[in-house]
Design a protein around this ligand. Structure first.
Ligand code: SF4
Length: 246
């Protein structure tokens, strides 16, 4: 299949994929090896089903996903949303993965630079209106990156947040009318740590400083022992998601 099939066909493929992977999940979800197998099979299925219509979203704070993609598929299309506010360590992680793995990396930029946004909306918009800032620097670029695709892959896990407890390995992105593949949906945090250790996954250096969920520098802080892993995102503000997955 090439990019872009009809919405009806995509929807049918999403339903078929959801059924297939719900059955596989019932068989394999009980072990670490089984959960890795689910992820690899989901990526292979998506690649075979959608071909050039498939793309992978990476924040470069989801290193295990990028490693899994690069070691399961050859020449996968992976895109990174460069908001202009990323930590230098995250940009370095992106560059390292582009050099280390057989992926085709796209870096997508917002329509406005940070300086242009400051001029139009005032400085530090993220502090005054993070929803608008995310809409311009993340959501619009994401929609653009996905505009000519049939399916996208994310690193979302059910354990990430109370808003994600029911995500499927293969599902339907109703807002964008495309297939959404979440290979790590049923992985635990222990699975991520074990996979990273066993495969010597290159990690964003911020991990060593207590950053368990990594986003833009102004909106991310390290978390303390025992805190929710995503507690460091938009800490103290009425915001838990950037809008990419809602
Ligand atoms: S995470 Fe913060 S800096 Fe990044 S786009 Fe959203 S509000 Fe802006």
């Amino acid at each position: 299949m090439t990019a872009t099939t009809s919405t009806e066909r995509r929807h049918g493929l999403a339903s078929a994929g959801e059924t297939k992977f719900a059955a596989l999940q019932a068989q394999l979800v009980g072990t670490h090896a089984g959960r890795i197998e689910i992820a690899r099979r989901a990526l292979t299925w998506a690649d075979e089903t959608f071909g050039t219509g498939l793309t992978v979203a990476s924040s470069m704070g989801d290193e295990v996903l990028v490693h899994l993609v690069g070691t399961t598929l050859t020449g996968a299309d992976v895109f990174f949303l460069d908001t202009g506010y990323h930590f230098a360590e995250t940009i370095g992680t992106r560059d390292a993965y582009a050099a280390m793995l057989p992926i085709r990396l796209r870096t997508i930029h917002p329509r406005l630079t940070v300086a242009e946004q400051d001029a139009e909306h005032g400085s530090q918009l993220y502090a005054r209106d993070p929803h608008l800032c995310c809409a311009m620097r993340k959501v619009e670029p994401l929609d653009r990156a996905l505009s000519d695709r049939d399916a996208w892959v994310t690193g979302m896990r059910r354990e990430d947040a109370p808003t994600r407890t029911d995500i499927a390995v293969v599902g339907w992105d109703a807002r964008r009318r495309m297939v959404k593949v979440n290979p790590l949906a049923v992985w635990t945090s222990a699975d991520v740590d074990r996979y990273a250790a066993e495969h010597e996954v290159f990690l964003n250096p911020l991990r060593q400083s207590g950053y368990t969920s990594i986003g833009c520098a102004p909106c991310t802080r390290p978390v303390s022992e025992g805190e929710d892993p995503r507690a460091g995102r938009w800490a103290g503000r009425d915001k838990v998601e950037c809008g990419l997955h809602t």
